[in-house]
Design a protein around this ligand. Structure first.
Ligand code: FES
Ligand SMILES: [Fe+2]
Length: 384
């Protein structure tokens, strides 16, 4: 497919993608009193997904896990982000994201996770240090061969709140500017101190945007999660939280009769102890934090109709005992299953010509969806 087809950039020739981009712009311009959802085809069209992949997804910061999952020098984990093979590895200078591709003829170097001093290629045994430099290339005696030119390339990688973020862009956005305001909201929780107790990988046959929208709206809580969540975080107690250039948030308050669930950090207010705070770091991370529990869904979009999800659960201090942690893992697994089942059903219908994007509820229930669509529209303008 020519680039002009994907970007809709050919002057005077409207393409499906260029027409879909106008829809986003139109939604962002709607009055606050009558927000609307995005049309279904934005969730099912593969050409539009290819456009998103080259723009908003390629450029964004993606959460790829928690820093305490790689506690020791040499700890690594292989992953794929938008088809890019990556090794996350802890070096003496912190966690880095290396290309997981041998500089000789392209064999992936690492699989799964572990601890190593060297990544040794399984094909012709070139070996690389954990900082990516080539240590040895057996029998490479050509005069023109220079090992210095064979280091593994790296990707932008940084940490915030104990999360590791990677961008595939050579000029990624300013993450602190994107998250301005979120730092203040999260700081009382002492988010970097939470430690991982569980991680899981799942395939969701839905569009990545549907998952972001679903996690970030409280409107569905009492309907989709009557047993698992309604008792703690009923829809009617959802309150819109702050948003910024690259995030949005809402607070899911607990009913008065529910006791606080764990003590958490010193600086938390009584109100914070009696609620869960949910936020999205656009494009692909959605998080729920409460005084003793931190759950992050890290989305890795694969196609218009598939997103690979890696989610982690972390706990604060020794607030929760082993049995309670087991219960929380079971609870969140069930909540995720309930959401996935709904989104997969919806995905199957969004290709309809009648999926025109209906009216959204007010700020406390779906204001975060509007924030996300506005963010997409703002990003989109960068690629005109
Ligand atoms: S492909 Fe890695 S050593 Fe040949
Ligand atoms: Fe849900």
């Amino acid at each position: 497919m020519a680039e002009g087809d994907i970007f809709g950039a050919e002057i005077g020739v409207p393409t499906p993608v260029s027409m879909m981009r106008q829809t986003l712009d139109g939604l962002a311009k709607r009055p606050d009193a009558s927000p609307r959802a995005l049309q279904g085809r934005h969730y099912v069209d593969q050409a539009y997904f290819a456009f998103e992949k080259q723009t908003v997804l390629q450029n964004g910061w993606h959460c790829v896990g928690r820093a305490d999952e790689l506690p020791n020098i040499g700890d690594y984990r292989a992953l794929r982000l938008l088809e890019e093979p990556i090794i996350l590895v802890r070096t003496e200078n912190g966690i880095v994201a290396l290309s997981n591709l041998c500089r000789h003829r392209g064999m992936p170097l690492a699989e799964g996770s572990g601890n190593t001093k060297l990544f040794v290629c399984s094909y012709h045994a070139w070996s690389y240090r954990i900082n990516g430099t080539l240590q040895r290339a057996p029998r490479m005696e050509n005069a023109g061969f220079d090992p210095k030119n064979c280091s593994l390339p790296s990707f932008a990688c940084t940490e915030r709140f104990g999360f590791i973020y990677v961008s595939l862009s050579e000029t990624p956005p300013d993450l602190d500017q994107d998250l301005a305001g979120l730092h203040e909201g999260l700081q009382p929780y002492d988010p970097a101190a939470y430690r991982v107790v569980h991680s899981a990988e799942e395939i969701w046959n839905t569009n990545w945007k549907s998952l972001v929208e679903n996690f970030m709206e409280g409107y569905h809580l009492s309907v989709v999660h009557p047993i698992t969540l309604h008792g703690y975080t009923p829809t009617e107690l959802s309150k819109k939280g702050p948003s910024g250039p690259g995030y949005t948030s809402y607070t899911a308050h607990y009913p008065d009769h529910i006791p606080p669930r764990g003590r958490g950090a010193e600086g938390l207010s009584e109100a914070q102890k009696h609620a869960s705070y949910l936020f999205a770091v656009f494009p692909c991370q959605v998080v729920s934090i409460s005084p003793s529990l931190l759950v992050s869904l890290n989305l890795m979009p694969v196609s218009a109709g598939r997103v690979d999800v890696r989610w982690t659960m972390s706990v604060y201090g020794d607030d929760l005992d082993g049995e309670t942690i087991k219960d929380r893992i079971a609870l969140w697994s069930e909540v995720n299953r309930e959401d996935r089942e709904k989104l997969e059903r919806m995905q199957s219908a969004l290709g309809s010509r009648h999926a025109t994007g209906g009216p959204l509820a007010g700020p406390d229930y779906e204001g975060t969806v509007r924030d996300f669509l506005n963010w997409l529209a703002r990003q989109d303008r960068l690629y005109l």
